[in-house]
Each structure stands twice: as structure tokens, then as C-alpha cells.
Write a protein that binds this ligand. Structure first.
Ligand code: AMP
Length: 223
């Protein structure tokens, strides 16, 4: 049997949208992590396994060589810093937008115009810091780990920086998007050292992702 390859990814949207890409090459998990409590999931290919980790931990597992590959959102990669990682491929999955959002009653354009000092609640402090620094705005960043939408409602912050997909979560909490920071999608990441040592084993897996992405692009009429 050839040397084993480990792919780190998170449950939910990333797992669900990655499986069809691998299925193109006949690679399928033996269990569904949504129904199983197992954190190591075997596949029908003995040399390939998944490990199920928190989305924000994926780059750490790959950086330290505990996984050869990982699949992580651009947001997570920017916050992590990307040290020790190659990012060879945008898989174009789990697409959403990083937005600034505020209560419907908050006049963001006015606050920007008069140079108000804003309180910004977010999980994405690095992205928020760079965004407001580029706008030359002074902000107080308030780090949260979830439910950012609550912060403006209870007066903890003036605005939030968060991922928006359908916009339903913002709407349900009387928030509106006021500025787009970036488009976000998930990327394949590779441990740089593992890639040098195991290039011949890892290349075929990278090629599987690359050609699966090309097929999906074709189906979407992009090429
Ligand atoms: P939505 O109501 O569809 O706009 O989704 C917004 C909620 O889902 C927010 O709490 C976001 O943090 C989260 N979210 C949306 N898209 C993603 C994504 N691609 N990855 C992680 N979280 C996301």
C-alpha cells in the first residue's frame, strides 16, 4: 500500500461541497461526519483519509504536518496568516462575502464621512483591521467568537464584520450590509514540507481537485 494522505476539513458546507469534487474521481467517505462522531473518516481508497476539525483549525493541522492537505475558507487563511502553506487552488466552494453590516437605523456613510471612531465586533480581526486601516478609519475592534449580529442590537458595537451568504441572518436581526470587503471561497491548502517529501503521492490528489474544479467550472459555463 502506498503512503497515506490525510485531508483536513470541517463538517457542514465545506464537507458537503468537497465530496462531489472527489466523487468525480471515485473517492467517497465510508461514513458521514454529520451522523458519526468519528473524527477520522476513512474513504474507499485505503491511502486517503479525512480528519474532521473546526474550520479555523484546518490551517494549523496542515501547517504542522498533521494533515497533508486542508480545505479552508479564504477568511480562515487570512486570519491564520498562511505560514508553511501552499495555496495552489481556489476550489470555488462555500462561496460567500465578507461584509460590514450595521443596524438599519445606523448611518454608516455619515459615520465614515465625519471620521467617527467606530466600534467593530468581529471574529475576523485581521481582515477588519486591514480593511479599516486601508480606509484610514480609526476603529476599536471587539473580538467575538460567534453571533456577531447581536453586538449592534445590544449596543456592544456600531458595526460588525461577518460572512454573508443569503443575507437571511442579517435580515432576521434588522441589520443591513453596508460595505463589501471581499468575496470568500474555500481553497485547497498543502503543507509545503510534505509536498516536497511526498510529491509523487500528493500530485495525483491535487490533479483530482484541479480537474474536478475544471469540470464544475464548465458546468457553470465559466469555461
Ligand atoms: P446567511 O444567513 O446565509 O447570510 O449566513 C450568515 C451566517 O452564516 C453568518 O453567521 C455567517 O458567519 C455564516 N456563514 C455564511 N457563509 C459562510 C461560509 N461560507 N463559511 C462559514 N460561515 C458562513
Amino acid at each position: 500500500m502506498s503512503e497515506s494522505l490525510t485531508i483536513a476539513l470541517s463538517k457542514g458546507r465545506i464537507f458537503e461541497e468537497t465530496m462531489p469534487l472527489l466523487a468525480v474521481a471515485g473517492i467517497t467517505p465510508l461514513e458521514n461526519p454529520e451522523h458519526s462522531r468519528k473524527l477520522v473518516i476513512k474513504t474507499n481508497r485505503p491511502e486517503i483519509r479525512f480528519i474532521i476539525v473546526r474550520a479555523s483549525d484546518v490551517p494549523t493541522y496542515v501547517q504542522h504536518g498533521a494533515a497533508d492537505f486542508g480545505i479552508a475558507g479564504l477568511d480562515v487563511l487570512i486570519e491564520h496568516g498562511g505560514e508553511g502553506l501552499y495555496q495552489p487552488l481556489d476550489l470555488n466552494i462555500a462561496r460567500c462575502r465578507m461584509m460590514v453590516a450595521a443596524l438599519e437605523s445606523f448611518d454608516y456613510a455619515f459615520a465614515v464621512r465625519v471620521g467617527a471612531r467606530l466600534r467593530v465586533a468581529t471574529k475576523y480581526v485581521q481582515i477588519a483591521r486591514e480593511h479599516f486601516a486601508a480606509k484610514r478609519m480609526h476603529v476599536d475592534l471587539i473580538k467575538l467568537y460567534g453571533s456577531m449580529e447581536l453586538a449592534p442590537i445590544v449596543g456592544l458595537a456600531d458595526v460588525i464584520v461577518d460572512l454573508v451568504s443569503t443575507g437571511n441572518t442579517l435580515k432576521a436581526n434588522h441589520l443591513v450590509p453596508v460595505e463589501q470587503i471581499m468575496d470568500v471561497s474555500s481553497r485547497l491548502v498543502v503543507n509545503q514540507a510534505a509536498f516536497k517529501l511526498k510529491r509523487s503521492e500528493m500530485m495525483p490528489v491535487m490533479d483530482i481537485f484541479r480537474s474536478a474544479c475544471r469540470m464544475t467550472d464548465r458546468q457553470e459555463g465559466k469555461i
